[in-house]
Design a protein around this ligand. Sequence first.
Ligand SMILES: [Zn+2]
Length: 257
Amino acid sequence: MEKKVILISIDGMRPDGFLQCGNPFIGKMMETSSYTLEGKTVFPSVTLPCHTSLFHSVPPERHCTTTNTYIAPVHPITGLFEQIKHAGGVSAMYYGWEPLRDVSRPGSLVFSEYIHSYSAEATDGILTDRALERIRSDRPDFVFLYMVETDEKGGHDHGWMTAEYLNCVNAAIDNVRRVWEEFGEEYTVVVTADHGGHARSHGTSMKEDMTIPMFYMGKDFPKGRILADTTILDIAPTVAKVMGIAIPHEWEGKAMI
Ligand SMILES: [Zn+2]
């Protein structure tokens, strides 16, 4: 495929967490992307339901996964990974939270690696290393890199917007920088969160839980443009459009280009 995409999801990254994390690359991200700091996720604001919505472009009441346990939908929907496979594309996934394996159906991935987030320090950095190695060697058409330390080691262990949480966001943004600096010319890089958080949890309909930042960095996206009225459901159709593959009719989001 001519047009390739790297999608990075930073679990539990609030827009104000992004702005206050202290990483100098945040300015570059806003300058070089079409973006929003007021994107909406779906309810419940929980990791697996939100990512299932991200990859299938429908709300949880349609895909049936309403907790962190995967439920096969009564009427299946083709997800982004499956759609890329049908189009002849090669996908790779790097992730630090095992239940996320269910965002793709078996047989859709060519490369995949899971590392438990408490098996080492800075596992998001290790996953980023692995993803970069794979991109260098195989140039997959679509790469999904999922970072969980912000949510687990930041938000749940210490509290959203604490110094520990902001350090985790800072580290995640540094991983984004490494990916973008090496492959930002060749790939469109999309960065999102799945949900926010408050106190030491999330899952409610509160603004702090439901508001997410989203960044689209690539040739199809005007630099510094602020996107209005966009949700997590818009990511899959936007990625499909960038890659030049068909958008399934069940998908409810809208492409941002
Ligand atoms: Zn969480």
